[in-house]
Design a protein around this ligand. Structure first.
Ligand SMILES: [Ca+2]
Ligand SMILES: [Ca+2]
Length: 264
């Protein structure tokens, strides 16, 4: 298990260089956002540097459940995979900064089959404690198409599905996941990249149990390996001002503005 120090990339502006038009869109948007607000963190990672150890530093969570966890950014995206360990689960997560209110998004480029649940994780606590991770998981399960917003308690030993639906992602396509939290309000959206501005999934829920914690991605499988690849991870801590809401609306719609990502 890696236990890297959490580091805020920059409290005022994104340090992500404009390596692509996509990065520029996000950087410009975040800069515009930050021009309207003060000292709100943002994180953007397109993994162009081929690592998860810097800019930003990700903290791994695999909490001693056994299996083999792989966190691979060498392909300029983030491939997370885990095999089933001695407790009958596969599990891994990776996290950046904490937030209370949040907007977290990422592209989901590819994923394995089976009974795994992977997706965005918010307000996480206990990530380095055995059977300790708690927070909110906006997840997709390939074998049954279940999309969930789940309150996960103590590595899913307990919890509650706060919203769920069924939608089968097409594994010949790529998707953009967005998870929002404002106070007790939670919303998870899935957009098809290149598929227009209407989400293919929108879940909303309210829950008051977890109020702050780390933002990241997480997957686990009961008797099944975890295997998914993301890119263009973005976390923005919003301020409840009109300008911020307009920006976040823009960011949520940004799959419309770009073509499908080129590589899996
Ligand atoms: Ca990338
Ligand atoms: Ca990096």
């Amino acid at each position: 298990m890696k236990s890297a120090t959490l580091k805020r990339t920059n409290p005022q502006t994104s340090t992500a260089p404009c390596r692509s038009s996509l990065a520029c869109i996000v950087a410009i948007a975040v800069a515009a956002f930050c021009a309207q607000t003060v000292a709100y963190a943002d994180i953007f990672d397109d993994f162009t540097d081929g690592n998860d150890t810097a800019s930003p530093t990700w903290t791994h969570s695999d909490v001693g459940l056994g299996g083999v966890q792989t966190y691979d950014a060498s392909g300029q995206n983030y491939h997370l995979s885990a095999t089933v360990g001695g407790y009958g689960f596969s599990y891994l997560g990776s996290f950046v900064d904490p937030a209370s209110d949040f907007m977290i998004s990422c592209d989901v480029l590819s994923w394995g089959a089976g009974g795994q649940k992977f997706g965005i994780y918010a307000r996480a606590t206990g990530i380095n404690t055995f059977l300790g991770v708690s927070g909110y998981h906006f997840s997709y399960e390939p074998d049954n198409g279940q999309v969930l917003i789940r309150r996960m308690t103590s590595a899913n030993q307990a919890g509650s599905n706060r919203a769920s639906t069924t939608y089968f992602l097409d594994n010949s396509k790529q998707y953009h996941f967005v998870f929002w939290g404002s106070g007790s309000y939670l919303e998870g959206d899935i957009y098809e990249i290149g598929g227009g501005g209407t989400p293919v999934v929108r879940l909303t829920a309210t829950d008051t149990v977890y109020t702050t914690g780390l933002s990241g991605v997480l997957g686990f499988g009961l008797g099944a390996n975890t295997d998914f690849t993301i890119d263009n991870f973005l976390m923005v801590i919003p301020e409840p001002a009109t300008s911020s809401l307009l920006l976040l609306g823009f960011l949520a719609g940004w799959p419309v503005l770009r073509r499908r990502a080129g590589s899996k």
